[in-house]
Design a protein around this ligand. Structure first.
Ligand SMILES: [Zn+2]
Length: 322
């Protein structure tokens, strides 16, 4: 008797049949996929090599605007970083830089609690004799340190406008490299960019700056003054108009300082009134910002330093109580 055939055997064939079909399907899909990749790879470069649509660049975007040369530009001269070192080894500290990158140098004498500041060269080469005077004073005090009382610290900024000094020794050397009058750029209450020129300096165009304190030279001096407790300031100018106290109207301590300095030097006080209104000055800003007293003091001409007179003035200044 033939043993009964297992019924499951037929199902095995059916299942293997399906498996075979599935494998065949996977194989076909795989082959098709590979072929299509090859085709895409073959087509790729051809596509990019085809010229694209023409693109016109905007006509002006690749050209720089025409620059008007700055008439006040003074190219920086890379001098020795310590051009004015005393035989004793005294060196300046740098409180900031001009527009052209020249250092604004500060000399310090003594270490007392009362602090006095002399600023020269705010009007650059046009008043270059104030810088020459500062150099003479620095040299003298370095050799005679006893001139500074023990309770005093004296600071001297020998040249606040080094770009103006580098540009010219005449009227062209007055302003900074932006054409700004630095003694009209301090953010005092009366700062203005422009002013009535009647009775004022008119030899070249100049402004008070874009805003009070817009110039790096001004800001360097402002931040130095703010970092200290300055009792009194002399800002040196030339020429001949006398001594102008700080403040609008002039403040009492500044008037007392002006009178005392006038007595020592013979410079006019009250100063010559030319009808000019002075705005944004260092002296006005200083007394509005906690400096005890401040004056603009003019040498007698544009050449001499009046050293003897200003040595007397120095002694009066360093003993002045605001
Ligand atoms: Zn001046």
């Amino acid at each position: 008797m033939r043993p009964p055939r297992k019924p499951s055997q037929a199902w095995v064939y059916v299942i293997w049949g399906f498996n075979g079909l599935a494998l065949l399907g996977i194989l076909i899909v795989g082959v098709l996929y590979t072929t299509s990749l090859q085709a895409a790879a073959a087509e790729g470069p051809r596509e990019t090599a085809q010229p694209g649509p023409t693109r016109t660049p905007p006509p002006t975007s690749y050209f720089l605007p025409t620059l008007t040369p700055n008439p006040f530009y003074t190219p920086p001269v890379f001098e020795s970083p310590t051009p004015f070192v005393m035989p004793t080894g005294l060196r300046p500290t740098v409180i900031g830089f001009s527009l052209a990158g020249r250092p604004i140098e500060l000399y310090t004498f003594g270490a007392g609690e009362k602090e006095y500041l002399i600023v020269a060269g705010i009007h650059g080469g046009y008043e270059g004799n104030t810088i020459a005077l500062a150099n003479e004073l620095i040299t003298y005090i370095d050799q005679n340190p006893g001139v500074v009382p023990t309770d005093v610290t004296l600071y001297i900024i020998r040249n606040m406008n080094p770009d103006g000094e580098a540009r010219d020794n005449g009227v062209d050397g007055r302003v900074n490299n932006n054409g700004v009058d630095l003694n009209r750029n301090f953010p005092s209450d009366n700062w203005t960019d422009d002013w009535d020129r009647d009775g004022c300096w008119i030899y070249r165009p100049t402004t008070g700056g874009r805003y009070g304190g817009s110039e790096p030279e001004t800001r360097s001096v402002m931040s130095f003054i703010r970092s200290r407790r300055i009792d009194a300031i002399i800002s040196y100018h030339s020429a001949a108009l006398g001594i102008f106290p700080g403040g609008v109207p002039w403040e009492e301590p500044s008037k007392r300082l002006a009178k005392a300095l006038a007595k020592a030097t013979g410079y006019p006080y009250p100063p010559v009134d030319t009808g000019c209104e002075y705005t944004g000055t260092l002296a006005d800003w200083a007394v509005e910002n906690e400096v005890g007293a401040a004056v603009d003091m003019e040498l007698s001409d544009h050449r001499n330093t009046d050293f003897k007179e200003n040595l007397k003035a120095l002694k009066v200044f360093l003993n002045f109580q605001p």
